[in-house]
Design a protein around this ligand. Structure first.
Ligand code: FEO
Ligand code: CA
Ligand code: CA
Ligand code: CA
Length: 625
């Protein structure tokens, strides 16, 4: 990048070999080692017991770290020290924030739990956790604090405030909340972002899996909601999960939002921001415009859904006084909402769905941000402001937005302002009755996904026009000739498939974590560094590999400390309780025997990777001295 912040001690590494899909190991490069910071079931609140798979209760789970970890950050002790994630100086005390997207009941419970208890434990394992972490010196591994006034679990029972233009709307009211401003809980918290003012935003993604609806409102179908029993079965326990119950018709409208949590204010209710629209939010990532407006980029993770941008009406106030932070926490409450339209510059005849690069040498073109909401008013014919925000997918359909291949993380580069969109895959592209390949989504049956780079016109994050190109078209180049790495030789990259979460390091490189490689390129998922600048642009180097059946989530790249953090989600999810696929992270060393009666199974965990020898304790994993 060369503009003065490529000064980290750096994370030099030699790319690891891709790991075969059934490998149950967490693999890091030569010269690095790893350990868990915290695992599913570790107690974080007063009264929480040490994890015991045979004695789980809903009450215990609500005092423990939750299940399937997704978004992750470790915020510095002082919110004034928050920087773009690649640059934050984390010091010796921090606040670990993690999403818990969902649960894998099939590997969590033995036969001693009845169905209702299982469901109640599952509900308590969803949501988010905030946990204080400490260490003796920078660049060394963290230990979580079992008791701290900052430790917090947010679950499906935690009260949220609703704000923004749709708060209080008739579309948000239920018999339990006639004000339409207070919602119990958050669901399916997938990816997220850390704001410049030191809060965490988190996306409510596949909430349709938790609700049954009457089927009478055709708008619900656009969100995948159906009048049939859900696989989680929560409608058996709580009437709000079934829209057939009078008074709960609109409960499902109260999910599918971006939520904001202030980890520094443990007693403050988290907020659902209706101004950012309602869809299957993967997450949101906020960058400041030159004039200080908060600009949030967002993806709707569904086949043929859209990329969005929100621009705050107000500007950020500097500093971290209570007054400034209070103001900054309202930035996502009002502003303009846009959806992206991408136009290719090559003739349609050159985009044949094979992924062949068009004759001008790249997948690229221009684009515009089409306003759905501007200056507090709906820009969509026939839809009110509250309808645009509650049924944002329908609003975007109406204005001709570009159907993308499952946009996951949409993340602005903190130095260049360029925006990267991870399109994870779309097996339906080009299928009978479905849209075929377009220049921004150039492969039919797009199994491996691609990454779009957006360059806002004038370098202004609030611009309404942009240019774009594909940074890479993913796959295993040794067996797949439809890959593309910005011209970098395909035989020199690590194979990569199904990009999901994105991050940046202090040298300006992009890092990509993946979700789905075992079923596409038959490799375990992992974390990859991608060079963006210079002659090596497009080079992909694998940094780590996660265990069997797991996806890699929430990467944090700390060049200053030469450390990397990832959340390991759903390890061993295709196993059963009796025949587990993974023993992550509590692997035994060779020749070591598990204590008699000890439970052996996977625990979704937050993992830290550090230079060999940086740990106070040698070896991997907890409980070894
Ligand atoms: Fe929860 Fe889009 O991944
Ligand atoms: Ca082109
Ligand atoms: Ca994801
Ligand atoms: Ca995913």
């Amino acid at each position: 990048a060369g503009r003065g912040w490529g000064h980290g001690k750096g994370l030099a590494f030699g790319a690891i070999a891709p790991q075969a899909a059934a490998t149950d190991a967490f693999v890091v490069p030569e010269g690095y080692e790893w350990s868990p910071i915290i695992r599913w079931g570790d107690p974080i609140l007063p009264g929480g017991r040490a994890f015991d798979i045979t004695r789980q209760t809903p009450e215990q789970q609500a005092k423990q770290f939750g299940y399937n970890v997704d978004y992750l950050d470790i915020l510095p002790a002082d919110p004034g020290d928050v920087r773009p994630r690649g640059k934050t100086k984390r010091g010796r005390r921090g606040l670990l924030v993690s999403n818990h997207e969902y649960t894998n009941a099939g590997i969590m419970f033995d036969d001693s739990y009845d169905a209702a208890t299982r469901r109640a434990i599952e509900r308590a394992a969803w949501g988010l956790s905030v946990v204080e972490v400490t260490r003796d010196r920078e660049g060394t591994p963290w230990t979580y604090s079992r008791l701290s006034r900052f430790n917090r679990r947010i679950t499906v029972d935690t009260e949220f405030h609703v704000d923004g233009p749709a708060a209080g709307s008739y579309l948000m009211r239920t018999v339990e909340d006639p004000t339409g401003t207070r919602v119990r809980g958050t669901l399916n918290n997938c990816a997220g972002g850390t704001t410049p003012w030191g809060t965490v935003v988190s996306g409510e993604e596949n909430y349709n899996a938790n609700f049954r609806v009457s089927g009478k409102d055709p708008r619900d179908a656009r969100y995948g909601l159906q009048n049939k029993a859900t696989s989680y079965g929560w409608e058996l326990d709580d009437p709000r999960f079934d829209g057939n119950n009078p008074g709960y018709e609109y409960e499902n409208h109260r999910f599918g939002w971006i939520v904001e949590v202030d980890p520094y204010e443990p007693d403050e209710a988290p907020v659902k921001h209706t101004a950012l629209g309602r869809f299957k939010h993967e997450g949101a990532n906020v960058i400041l415009s030159k004039r200080g407006h908060a600009v949030a980029y967002m993806g709707d993770d569904e086949r043929f859904d859209y990329v969005y941008k929100f621009v705050s009406a107000e500007r950020m106030r500097p500093g971290n006084s209570r007054w400034a932070r209070r103001h900054n926490k309202t930035l996502l409450s009002s502003g303009d909402l846009y959806v992206a339209r991408f136009t290719g510059d090559s003739p349609a005849s050159e985009i044949d769905g094979s992924g062949a690069v068009p004759s001008d040498g790249g997948f690229d073109g221009t684009g515009e941000w089409i306003a759905l909401v501007k200056d507090g008013e709906s820009q969509v014919d026939g839809m009110t402001l509250e309808e645009v925000l509650v049924f944002t997918r329908l609003a975007a359909d109406a204005v001709g937005a570009t159907k993308m291949d499952r946009p996951e993380d949409v993340e602005p580069h903190p130095l260049t302002g360029r925006v990267y969109v991870a399109c994870t895959n779309n097996s339906d592209r080009g299928k009978e009755g479905k849209e075929g390949a377009t220049e921004p989504n150039p492969r039919n049956s797009n199994r491996d996904g691609h990454v779009v780079e957006i360059i806002e016109d004038g370098g202004d994050q609030t611009a309404t026009t942009f240019t774009w190109n594909l940074l890479l078209v993913a796959g295993d180049p040794s067996v797949n000739d439809s890959t593309y790495f910005s011209g970098f030789p395909a035989d020199k990259v690590s194979p990569i498939s199904c990009p999901d979460n994105l991050a940046f390091d202090a040298d300006g490189n992009l890092w990509i974590s993946t979700d789905g490689q075992p079923s596409t390129i038959q490799k375990c998922d992992g974390l990859f560094k991608v060079t963006l600048d210079g002659p090596r642009r497009g080079n992909v180097e694998q940094f780590l590999s996660v265990p069997r059946d797991a996806e890699t989530c929430g990467p944090v790249i700390d060049s200053r400390d030469a450390m990397v953090y990832v959340n390991v989600q759903h390890p061993g999810e295709d196993g059963t309780f009796a025949a587990q696929n993974s023993f992550f992270p509590d692997y035994l060393d060779e020749g070591e025997r598990a204590p008699a009666g000890a439970w052996r199974g996977p625990r979704p965990s937050t993992i830290q990777v550090y230079r060999e020898g940086a740990g106070q304790r040698p070896g991997h994993g907890p409980g070894k001295g």
